[in-house]
Ligand binder design. Sequence first.
Ligand SMILES: NC(=O)c1ccc[n+]([C@@H]2O[C@H](COP(=O)([O-])OP(=O)(O)OC[C@H]3O[C@@H](n4cnc5c(N)ncnc54)[C@H](O)[C@@H]3O)[C@@H](O)[C@H]2O)c1
Length: 79
Amino acid sequence: MSSSPNVLVTGGAGFIGCALAERWADRADRWVAFDNLHPQVHAGRRRPEALAQRAELVIGDVTDPGSGTGCSRASVPMS
Ligand SMILES: NC(=O)c1ccc[n+]([C@@H]2O[C@H](COP(=O)([O-])OP(=O)(O)OC[C@H]3O[C@@H](n4cnc5c(N)ncnc54)[C@H](O)[C@@H]3O)[C@@H](O)[C@H]2O)c1
């Protein structure tokens, strides 16, 4: 059994989320950046180049209770 954590970072495609992923995603069993790609931050609403390739991007809104589908196996909120 893996001892690496599953990590879920809300706002994970933003400045702080990308910095966290750059530093730590390689140490996680699964790293999920959960983010709505808000247009004020993400022009074009594309995956940011700064987000580590190792990180999964799940697009959803933290204010929408139904949008967490796809990240239920990630269970360690960090932000
Ligand atoms: N180059 C730089 O030095 C630089 C660049 C950007 C920001 N900053 C600083 O970093 C700090 C902010 O960083 P941050 O990472 O907290 O902010 P951020 O704006 O970079 O990231 C926030 C993330 O949350 C997402 N988000 C917003 N609402 C959401 C919602 N309802 N559901 C899901 N996701 C949602 C956005 O799409 C975004 O990706 C500030 O102090 C800012 O001044 C510095």
